[in-house]
Design a protein around this ligand. Sequence first.
Ligand SMILES: *Cc1c(COP(=O)(O)O)cnc(C)c1O
Length: 494
Amino acid sequence: MRYYSTRNKHLTLSAGQAMIQGLAEDGGLFLPETLSVSLPDIDYAGVSYQELAEIILKPFLTDYTAEEIRKCAALAYDNKYSTAEIAPLRKIRDGWLLELWHGPTSAFKDLALTIMPHFLTAAYEHTGSTDTICILTATSGDTGKAALAGFADVPNTSVTVFFPENGVSPLQKRQMQTSIGSNVSVIAVRGNFDDCQRMVKECSSDPAVRCAGRHVTLSSANSINIGRLLPQIVYYYAAYASLVKHGEITAGQEVTFCVPTGNFGDILAGYMAGQTGLPVRHLVCASNANNVLTDFFRTGSYSVHRPFHMTMSPSMDILVSSNLERLLFLASGGNDVLVSGCMKELKKKGEYTISPDLLDTLQKTFIAYDAQEDDCRNEIAGLYGNEHVLIDPHTAAGMHAMHAYQQEYGTSVPCVVLSTASPFKFPGSVLSCLGMDAPENEFAALRMLSGMSGMPVPENIAALEHLPVRFKTVIDPDEGREYIVQILEELSHD
Ligand SMILES: *Cc1c(COP(=O)(O)O)cnc(C)c1O
């Protein structure tokens, strides 16, 4: 299986090389040359998460042996997760919640970032490289900590995370700034997530920057890295397997997934799952007040000319959703010329419009809704009030989208909402949605939320209270390039 850039199909790499490189030289994103892979018949009732990972990833990682893939899955999906199921499915009145927050940093990014370092290490061994892999990561909150945890002290790697100074929740910030590991650093940026992502993407495709480090290879742990997306396909299958296992559906029946969306990575993995044969009816794209994707899926026009809102679901406060580029490529039958055209327009004018035909194709699978802050508040309060189930503000946007979808399309197709973060990452917001007076202090808020709900605070979050803050640097977006060059020079070696 070869991988090529969404902007040029002629340059191809192996999976391992594509993961090491992160972003293609032309600024495009890597994709496998085909998603029509032949998977063996899956015994949904009996398969474990680790086995599913091996089955799904094998046709995409042809430069790895089956044994290597098995080993990576075993090292990733172990007791770092608080449940042996890894991604448990919880039944609620109107559908199901796929809980993707039982990993070491309590957000769904863990499902990819606990396995990706193992793939990179193996790829590194395959190539015999002696370069240091310098992983630059822009984060809207959760990727940062998951990358810092996943790569801490992984040999031959260095991780630098850039986050919007005032654009993440207090606990997300604390999680990152207290990270351990001799190869990690964390930088606050005076800007929003889009500024951080642009900085990282521009530097990664700038030859002058790439050359600044001797024997240093630039890479990324963002979902622009294909190594993030492939492992995310697995949990769509895992959700489906749980439904079959519990007799909720019969194998072959279609299911709809509702996905809280920011950079469009998570939902794109769902699309890829569908393309590999999983019976997906619709993918419901849930946005918060930053509804650029809702407008796009309704009109075919993508435009960043709109206000940027800071919401209680910061990981979805994004106007430039990078992975949409991959969807355009896949849905247009691999039209790299079309994709590079759209991306040029986006860069130059901040907008582009796709053809009615392509829009039609997308609308067969994607249905989009946005949730305002009040909508999320109502979902959180409603679910807790009626069923005593706590969800975080991102998951609430997904719940709102599910309810809007069910109103429009009926309830005959089973709906799974991807629950992307633990409510304990956002205790202040969740408490106030429940009508409580949230204490100023986040740790007091955690104790209150836990006491009220009877749910334990995840260990990794409780531990933050007593960890020292290690990283305090703040930069302006226009200082980013110089900063990154300096990192590369420091990592240089013979
Ligand atoms: C990252 C994140 C999202 C958005 O996922 P994308 O892959 O960027 O679309 C949603 N919810 C939470 C909690 C997240 O951390």
